[in-house]
Design a protein around this ligand. Structure first.
Ligand code: NDP
Length: 329
């Protein structure tokens, strides 16, 4: 594993992080979840990503249980607040009340005294940013949160947050957007704004939820047990993995497979390595439904891709990859 600094901060994170959305507490049993966490640790992954809302809070609890015997100083535990964790009117959003209550609940489930990076999972247009950043500032002063981040905020929202973070002395150092060969919407606006503010990118779904593993092909049915099979019918399917299950996209991916082979990589390794070629990316958060996927994908750490390989990929994906910054969030 290789390690990078998170934005301008002194915090080092593993180039590849493990996330547990959809998997822990839902798609996979707890034994497999624990085996995945241990495969990640064995591979040198130190950065773990979760959120209070994942699997209705079970994902945090499973991660906490899996990591409870690991030296706390040797890992970075990251979680998020915003999405509803209950039915009450204050069980959501970025109000001071919800941030404080959610943070304490996350600390309990994660079995830890502090969160390394605490993210606002989305922008909350119904709460003043001053209230949100004051709550983050207080958590930082209390030692319950070390660094603050945001997820899927636009460049403008990030700039507004960064101004308040300076005023309230909040170490706002992370942005967590979606980023992959297929989803490049952060390149035009979010990355330049973050660069100005010293904020690093810890990006999600570098394999476009498994689409870039190459297991979905234009001519064969969706593989059993895959993310696409297990989330089919969910209200978010078309916005997530389902959006890429089109012949045109899958045909292009078939044409990238030989490029991976020529580079001595599997397609998932090439996809993760592609994301890591961007110097603004501090870490790529992978997901996994079994330990073998982690063992395979971590080999992308430290890989340098030739300019020619990058150009070939860009050329093939022109017209298929999404670049529009308005799609942020
Ligand atoms: P990926 O793009 O890495 O997709 C992971 C999935 O792809 C796996 O669960 C598996 O699904 C499949 N896969 C992975 N490796 C292989 C392989 N080698 N061969 C075949 N299939 C493979 O990331 P995720 O979409 O899981 O997202 C990663 C993390 O990012 C999340 O856990 C979460 O922490 C974070 N995230 C953050 C969001 C936010 O709003 N901030 C939103 C979404 C994610 P399967 O085997 O089931 O097909």
């Amino acid at each position: 594993m290789e390690y990078r600094r998170l934005g301008k901060s002194g915090l080092s994170v593993s180039e590849i992080a493990l996330g547990n959305w959809i998997t822990h507490g839902a798609q996979v049993d707890d034994t497999t979840a624990q085996a995945c966490v241990h495969a990640a640790l064995d591979a040198g992954i130190t950065t773990f990503d979760t959120a209070d809302v994942y699997s209705e809070t079970r994902a945090e609890a499973i991660l906490g249980e899996s990591l409870k015997r690991i030296r706390r100083e040797s890992i970075e535990l990251c979680t998020k607040v915003f999405h509803p964790t209950g039915t009450g009117k204050n069980d959501r959003g970025l109000s001071r009340k919800h941030i404080m209550e959610a943070c304490h609940a996350s600390l309990r489930r994660l079995q830890t005294d502090y969160i390394d990076v605490y993210y606002a999972h989305r922008f909350d247009p119904t709460t003043s940013l001053e209230e949100t950043f004051l709550a983050f500032s207080d958590l930082v002063r209390q030692g319950k949160v070390l660094y603050v981040g945001v997820s899927e905020w636009t460049a403008e929202q990030i700039e507004l947050g960064a101004a308040l973070a300076k005023e309230y002395q909040v170490p706002f150092v992370a942005s967590q957007p979606q980023y992959s060969m297929l989803w490049r919407v952060i390149e035009a606006e979010v990355i330049p704004a973050c660069e100005r503010e010293g904020i690093g990118q810890i990006v999600w779904s570098p394999l476009a939820q498994g689409i870039l593993s190459g297991k979905y092909t234009p001519d064969r049915p969706i593989p059993e047990g895959s993310r696409a099979a297990s989330t089919a019918g969910s209200p978010f399917f078309d916005k997530l993995v389902g959006q890429w299950l089109q012949k045109e996209v899958l045909q292009v991916i078939e044409r990238i497979k030989p490029i991976a082979q020529e580079a001595g990589l599997t397609l998932p390794q090439l996809a993760v390595a592609w994301v890591l070629q961007n110097q603004h990316v501090s870490s790529a958060i992978i997901g996994a439904s079994n330990p073998e996927q982690i063992k395979e994908n971590v080999k992308a750490a430290g890989v340098k891709l030739d300019t020619q390989v990058m150009q070939q990929i860009n050329h093939l994906l022109a017209g298929v990859a999404e670049f529009d910054p308005k799609k942020t969030g």
